[in-house]
Design a protein around this ligand. Structure first.
Ligand code: SIN
Length: 312
């Protein structure tokens, strides 16, 4: 646990300290975490953080041609920064899949449209006729019993402006919760369901069919990262339906408060795409949001997702 810092709000006039908008956020966590990250050393790749606790640009690596030592460093950077970004990648769809497979087996998404040639590649192709709708904070497929480990997203066509993807550090979001809320969340289990998102696009028979395949999933509200041991706030506004064993109103109010943690800018970073850019996020530790500010321009992205582990 971090050393107590002198209260940096003590110089703020009393009236302003009580002003509701003055959210101190996880000062101690951000201070300690950015210092810890700044002390990390990499020999084979260059790692440039894009915010104090989340996101780093990696230079000196092509995901299509990574030797084992560089791969090991890139893996470490991914775990530490939770999302990594690489530019100017010379990479085909097959090479993107081969890179992702180094982390585990690939997922075939049961609802999202695949690239014509590979079931494991989701193609997001937006244009004047197809607006983006991924502008909601979410963690991918949390409605599965075994949600994804992470996704490798590659930009094929970028709009002339806009179209960034935002990521939020759900470890910082957890650390920033008031102590009393963290205590209340101990042992809490949330139910995640596809019905209020992908299910809305299905007819009754299709919904029943998919329901058999994907019953509501139960996950701890605070999960522990299996590789880093960090605690993560693991609920999201798109797929989480309720907290088990809590009256509905209380669960809605608590979830609403927890969802707002993902919208705190101090926990976020954003990435501006160019053709050939790649982002790889740890879906266990972050949520993401695709900014839908570029319509009617074209934006074409392809995503490969790695199957993860059961949240615990
Ligand atoms: C997604 O995986 O939700 C889409 C991300 C993006 O297109 O930026």
């Amino acid at each position: 646990m971090s050393e107590a810092a002198p209260d940096p709000t003590s110089a703020i006039p009393d009236g302003l300290r009580r002003f509701g908008a003055l959210q101190p956020g996880p000062r101690a966590h951000v201070r300690d975490e950015s210092a810890r990250l700044a002390a990390l050393r990499f020999e084979r790749i260059r790692v440039t953080p894009v915010s104090p606790t989340i996101g780093a640009e990696i230079q000196g690596a092509q995901i299509a041609q990574l030797d084992d030592a560089s791969f090991e460093e890139l893996h470490r950077a991914w775990l530490e920064y939770k999302v990594i970004f690489l530019r100017d990648q010379e990479c085909t769809a097959d090479q993107q899949m081969a890179f992702a497979r180094r982390f585990g087996a690939l997922e075939v998404h049961p609802f999202l449209p695949a690239n014509a040639s590979h079931d494991e590649i989701i193609r997001f192709e937006k244009s004047e006729g197809v607006a983006g709708y991924e502008n909601l904070w979410h963690s991918d497929v949390s409605w599965r019993e075994v949600p994804s480990l992470g996704s490798v997203l590659r930009c094929i066509e970028a709009p002339p402006r806009g179209g960034d993807t935002l990521f939020v550090d759900m470890i910082a979001a957890y650390e920033g919760l008031p102590e009393a809320v963290r205590e209340r969340l101990q042992g809490a289990v949330a139910v995640h369901d596809f019905m209020h998102s992908f299910g809305l696009a299905l007819d009754e028979a299709q919904r029943e069919e998919k329901r058999k395949e994907f019953p509501p999933a139960r996950h701890p509200v605070v999960r522990t990262h299996p590789e880093t041991g960090r605690k993560i706030l693991y609920v999201n506004a798109v797929f989480t339906s309720h907290i088990e064993g809590m009256p509905r109103e209380e669960s809605d109010a608590l979830l609403d408060f927890l969802y707002r943690q993902a919208t705190v800018p101090e926990y976020q970073c954003r990435f501006h795409w160019e053709p050939g850019s790649v982002a790889f996020w740890d879906n266990r530790a972050v949520q993401h949001y695709a900014s839908n500010d570029y319509w009617p321009d074209r934006r074409v992205m392809e995503r490969v997702t790695v199957i993860g582990d059961r949240p615990a």
